[in-house]
Design a protein around this ligand. Structure first.
Ligand SMILES: C[S@@+](CC[C@H](N)C(=O)[O-])C[C@H]1O[C@@H](n2cnc3c(N)ncnc32)[C@H](O)[C@@H]1O
Length: 323
C-alpha cells in the first residue's frame, strides 16, 4: 500500500496515537513544509508525488476544500483521498472509509464520522444524560443547554418551558435537571387564533399536532413535571414560583412579551432564560418582544446570542457573590 498523509500538524501527529503504523507511510505531504522529516518519515510537497505513486492519502488537515482542489490540479484521483478533518461545516465529504479502517482505530474513525465532530466535545460529554437523538435536532442549542444546566448547581428554583409543542427540548431539560420541578406551559393545541392570524398556515397547522399526554410520556422523569395546559398567561392560575432555568419558545410577539414579563422577574440570581428564535428571520416578533420588554424596564438585559439553528438568545440574571 502506497500510503501518504497530507499534513504535518497536530491532526497528522494524532494519527500515530490512533493506530497508524508510521513505518508504513511513504511520506507526509505539506505544501509549505517547515522540515523535511516528520515522525521519522520524509516530508514532500504534494507536487512531488504523481497519481500513479499513490494508493491512499489520509488528509489530516482541516483545509479540506483547498486540498481537494490542489489534489485535482495535480491529477490525483478524488477516490484516493480520505478527509479526516472534513466536517467543520457539518457535512461528510467522504463516501467510503473502508481503506482507512485498515489503518486507523475504529473509535477514532467513529469520531471522524460523527455529525457533530465539528464541535469539539467537552470532557463531560461521556457522562451526559442526553442521547444522540436529543442532539439531532439542534446540536448547539442542546449542548448549550447542557453546559448551562451544569452552571446551576448553586442556583435554587424550578425549571420551566413556555411553548413545549411535542416536548423535544423539554425532555432534555427534564433529563439534565432530574431533581427540579419542571413546569410545561402550552395549549398543546397550537397557537392562539387571533395572535397567529398573520402567521403562515402550515406552520400554525403543524403546531396543533401534539398533546399533553404524548409530551408527558416522552419525559425521563415525569414525576417532576407539572403540565399547565392552556393559553398563557391565563394558564398561570395564580402560580407562585421562582426559577433557575426558563425556556421561552412561543414564536410570536405578544406571547413572548407575556412570557418575559412573568418569568424574567422570577428568575433567581445566576439563572438563565433561553429565548428561542430571537435571531430567526421568519419570527421577527420575538426580538420585538424583547425590545419592548427592555424598554418597559428601561434597561438592557445581559445576554449572549447563540449560533444555533434558530438563533437563541441566552438571557442571564446577575449573580452577586458572597465574598
Ligand atoms: C415552536 S413551538 C415550541 C417548541 C419546543 N419548545 C421545542 O423546542 O421542541 C411553540 C409552541 O408555543 C405554544 N404557544 C404559543 N403561544 C402560546 C401561549 N400564549 N400559551 C400557550 N402556548 C403557546 C404553541 O402551542 C406551540 O406548541
Amino acid at each position: 500500500m502506497k500510503l501518504y498523509i497530507w499534513g504535518t500538524g497536530c491532526g497528522a501527529g494524532d494519527l500515530a496515537d490512533h493506530g497508524l503504523d508510521v513505518s508504513q507511510v511513504c511520506a507526509f505531504l505539506d505544501s509549505a513544509p517547515v522540515s523535511d522529516c516528520f515522525l521519522g518519515r520524509p516530508v514532500l510537497r504534494p507536487e512531488a508525488v504523481g497519481n500513479e505513486k499513490i494508493d491512499l492519502i489520509l488528509v489530516a488537515n482541516r483545509h479540506v476544500e483547498e486540498i481537494a482542489q490542489k489534489a485535482a490540479e495535480l491529477g490525483i484521483a478524488a477516490d484516493k483521498l480520505i478527509f479526516l478533518k472534513n466536517n467543520w461545516q457539518l457535512c461528510d465529504r467522504n463516501r467510503d472509509y473502508t481503506a482507512a479502517e485498515k489503518i486507523l482505530d475504529q473509535s477514532y474513525l467513529d469520531s471522524v464520522r460523527a455529525p457533530q465532530h465539528a464541535v469539539r466535545e467537552p470532557l463531560w460529554v461521556q457522562g451526559s444524560p442526553l442521547s444522540p437523538r436529543d442532539l439531532e435536532n439542534d446540536y448547539v442549542r442542546t449542548r448549550t443547554l447542557e453546559a448551562i444546566c451544569r452552571e446551576l448547581e448553586d442556583v435554587p428554583g424550578a425549571a420551566a418551558e413556555l411553548g413545549v409543542y411535542r416536548g423535544g427540548f423539554a425532555r432534555c431539560v427534564n433529563a439534565l435537571l432530574p431533581e427540579r420541578t419542571l413546569y410545561l406551559f402550552d395549549t398543546f393545541e397550537g397557537f392562539d387564533k387571533t395572535e397567529a392570524k398573520d402567521t403562515a398556515a402550515g406552520f400554525v397547522q403543524a403546531h396543533r399536532n401534539t398533546g399533553a399526554d404524548r409530551v408527558l410520556r416522552l419525559m425521563p422523569h415525569p414525576e417532576k413535571v407539572i403540565i399547565r395546559q392552556g393559553l398563557f398567561p391565563a394558564s398561570l392560575g395564580g402560580l407562585e414560583e421562582r426559577f433557575a432555568l426558563v425556556s421561552l419558545d412561543v414564536d410570536l410577539e405578544e406571547s413572548t412579551l407575556a412570557g418575559l414579563r412573568w418569568f424574567y422577574p422570577r428568575l433567581n440570581a445566576g439563572g438563565y432564560l433561553l429565548l428561542h428564535d430571537y435571531n430567526a428571520p421568519r419570527l421577527p416578533g420575538v426580538k420585538k418582544a424583547l425590545l419592548r420588554y427592555e424598554a418597559e424596564r428601561g434597561q438592557r438585559i445581559p445576554a449572549v446570542p447563540l449560533c444555533d439553528v434558530n438563533g437563541t438568545l441566552v438571557l442571564c440574571k446577575d449573580h452577586k457573590l458572597n465574598i
